[in-house]
Design a protein around this ligand. Structure first.
Ligand SMILES: [Zn+2]
Length: 319
């Protein structure tokens, strides 16, 4: 608008006396519009922005520290909740290293931290393994995240890398730059040559922990475990095939005992789940034709603070 007006003014300069009133009127109008834009753009808009409620993921994502002096408590459900009294997984321990430290997601409920330490010790007994590389747990106060996961909000979900952890002296920089390793072949229908008996044993040990509710891993891994499992197969029920999860597996712990504020997910269906996993693999290998009339999935709405359990506002504000 500014360029056009100026351009016009230059063209009109030699017939100024004739159009003087018209130009004057335009200039006044232009000034009024400019004033209005400045007033609205500079003064009014930021006050509107300040008043608008922020998405919960920005509020929780900006929190650098856990609540102080509060008993650990998870509020809500795995994909819609928060955590008070989080404990930090030390960056390096005797049998583990926390990865991607810049994300500040190595916080969890004490049950999760204890679980990691126990499983990491078991992993260290596998040939060639000295422990585990631990991916995301939760933010210091749990809650939704700016990037990545839908769940991991209660401090009870843990991502564990499937890359063999033999070097537990990785620098902080190395833990930002190195990646895990994929275990899948054919889009997740099969395991690849990186998968070892150690992977089977570590996932089995995790599933046998009574505090564990579920473990998510790609379908081909579940089927491979179904095929090699011997003896009691009840632990297989907790190994759930899921999308992705070929570079890490995801352990979900049950809500801590006597914690009414924490909402468990319904138990997996009875049985070892091997048939279902095989059916998923078959679908990967022979995809069903896409239904052109299928309703499009609705885009997800980001949660506001008021969408979370009411205690989460307190958790966010607490010192
Ligand atoms: Zn995860």
């Amino acid at each position: 608008m500014l360029t056009t007006s100026r351009h016009r003014l230059l063209i009109c300069a030699n017939i100024m006396p004739v159009l003087a009133w018209s130009v004057l009127a335009k200039t006044v109008l232009f000034g009024a519009v400019l004033f209005g834009t400045v007033l609205f753009g500079t003064i009014l808009t930021p006050s509107i922005a300040l008043a608008a409620p922020k998405e919960a993921r920005h509020l929780f994502g900006a929190t650098a520290k856990p609540t102080q002096n509060r008993t650990a408590a998870a509020y809500g459900s795995y994909a819609k909740g928060c955590l008070a009294g989080a404990v930090r997984l030390p960056e390096t321990g005797p049998h583990w290293q926390a990865m991607r430290l810049s994300r500040n997601r190595n916080w969890g409920h004490p049950d999760a931290i204890a679980f990691i330490k126990t499983l990491a010790r078991k992993a260290a007994s596998e040939p060639g393994w000295n422990g585990l590389y631990i991916g995301d747990i939760s933010q210091p106060r749990g809650g939704p995240m700016i990037s990545g996961h839908r769940s991991h909000q209660l401090g009870l979900d843990v991502d564990i890398w499937m890359r063999r952890a033999h070097n537990l002296a990785l620098s902080k920089d190395a833990r930002e730059s190195i990646s895990s390793v994929s275990m899948r072949r054919k889009n997740g229908a099969f395991i690849n040559k990186n998968w070892t008996t150690a992977h089977h044993n570590i996932l089995k040990a995790a599933a046998q922990d009574p505090k564990v509710a579920r473990i998510f891993v790609f379908p081909g891994a579940k089927v491979a475990m179904c095929n090699t499992a011997r003896g009691n197969r009840s632990w297989l029920r907790k190994i759930r095939p899921w999308w992705g999860h070929h570079e890490h597996f995801h352990v979900r712990l049950r809500c801590p005992k006597n914690m009414a504020s924490c909402q468990n997910q319904a138990a997996p269906p009875p049985g070892d789940g091997c048939e279902g996993a095989q059916a998923w693999v078959n679908d990967i290998l022979n995809p069903r034709p896409v239904d052109p009339n299928a309703p499009k999935p609705k885009p997800r709405r980001e949660y506001m603070l008021k969408d979370l359990p009411r205690q989460c506002a307190t958790v966010l504000k607490a010192p």
